[in-house]
Design a protein around this ligand. Sequence first.
Ligand SMILES: Cc1cc2nc3c(=O)[nH]c(=O)nc-3n(C[C@H](O)[C@H](O)[C@H](O)COP(=O)(O)OP(=O)(O)OC[C@H]3O[C@@H](n4cnc5c(N)ncnc54)[C@H](O)[C@@H]3O)c2cc1C
Length: 475
Amino acid sequence: MKPQVVILGAGFAGHTAALHLSHLVRGKADVTVVAPRNRFTWFPSLIWVGTGTMSPDDVHFELAPVYEKIGVSYVDGRATTIKPDDREVTVQTASGEERMIAYDFLLNATGPYLNFEATPGLGPSTGNTTSVCSVEHAVEARDRYLDVVRELKAGKRRRIVVGVGHAGATCEGAAFEYLMNVDADLRARGIRDAAELVWVTNEPEAGDFGVDGIEAIKRGVLVTGASLVRMILDEARIVPKIAAGVTKVDPGVLHYEQIGEDPGTIEYDLAMLIPQFRGIPIKYVASDGSDISEKMTVPSGFMRVDADYTPKGFSEYRGADWPAKYLSPHYDNVYAAGIAFAPPHPMSKGKKAASGLAIAAMPPRTGMASGIMGRTVAENIAQQVSGEAPTHHARMSEMPAACIASMGKSIWNGSAASIIMTPVARDYERYPEHGRDLALCDLDVGLAGAWTKRALHSAFLWKLQAKPGWQLIPE
Ligand SMILES: Cc1cc2nc3c(=O)[nH]c(=O)nc-3n(C[C@H](O)[C@H](O)[C@H](O)COP(=O)(O)OP(=O)(O)OC[C@H]3O[C@@H](n4cnc5c(N)ncnc54)[C@H](O)[C@@H]3O)c2cc1C
């Protein structure tokens, strides 16, 4: 029997790994993807679904036909238990049965658990806020946003709060994009003056985005993301609440703590807040039946990999702390990539509020980074299938990231902030001054970014459906 490669999750990391494995191990190993709902979601465009400027049908596609085309088996289900000693995964399938799947190589790419419960009153189904973290959430966010639009048109004044809903959240970039798209949409409708927009974020400084900020040399001058984002917020007359951790959301009133300030409240008519992310709750069980989840994961539920998790102070963080291969330290055939792996530490400087609450932006594992990790793991598994040791590496302190933050979708008068940083996680040993190679960092705002963001939507959905030439489009 050929070696069995099993991938849990079909998002940016898992699906990218499946695409690459489909040709890297063709004829040498069988590849199976386990993921619920037979759906790939292109998250970057959910901000447009949430403002009603893109149809929800345009941001997802069915996985099964893609896997059939590339010779990968697909199981519609959720992994519930991993038994690394026995090399088995238990899966709850869509039809309700429990199925055991054996593997020789396993990739956990299950993404985030959206931990709305960590903030009382947060979330779309049981709480008081909207979210753009899934297609269904974005559709509900759109409907509630359009209700507010109707009220604004009827001459009422409304306050819309956008940001992150937990002191230890990540994904501030996505929330910022939603904020700027709401701003652009209200302007396009001619009702911006009737709305007050508030930006609530746990970042220590505007433009931190959980990566300790961004900077670039523009015409010989050092420009920072902080000054750029402050200027954007000022120009758009958006009220910033920076270094703030949301602690509770009552109907119409949001409670927060803030570094250097007394705790406060904000009244709102509509609030879109991204929740804290945790690892997907999967149980890890040893061959004797004992629960080894604590050994395999960190307390937030993300899987331990080949990172240096030794607790240390901010000034002692090193580029080499970040994982290279995304391989479990305990099992040389178990990987975790994308949001599912446990980062060794934050990238940005968190602080404590007067109450002792830690307010810190957690490291993002964006779509591009997750895709690169997925490809790297695929290349390593292909080497192992061929009997070689895995040699491919892609630390977040080695890899570049390009992010296009939409600030209005229109290709006529839209805008976007285009950001390039190399590497994502600062490495002061290699780049003593800034921790990054500023010759390979860039920061720009303009219409060209809006075109690029729209073009990326189409190019990546082409690639991810394995359409002709998909290999030519990089992660
Ligand atoms: C609104 C929004 C906008 C964003 N915009 C951008 C952007 O512009 N650029 C960018 O780079 N990044 C962006 N991101 C971040 C990007 O979406 C994530 O970084 C990326 O999705 C992470 O990839 P992943 O594979 O780790 O997780 P995901 O893409 O979330 O994939 C996880 C997969 O695991 C599956 N799964 C879950 N539980 C189980 C289980 N128990 N068993 C098996 N499978 C399971 C899921 O169904 C899914 O298929 C955005 C995110 C959001 C929410």
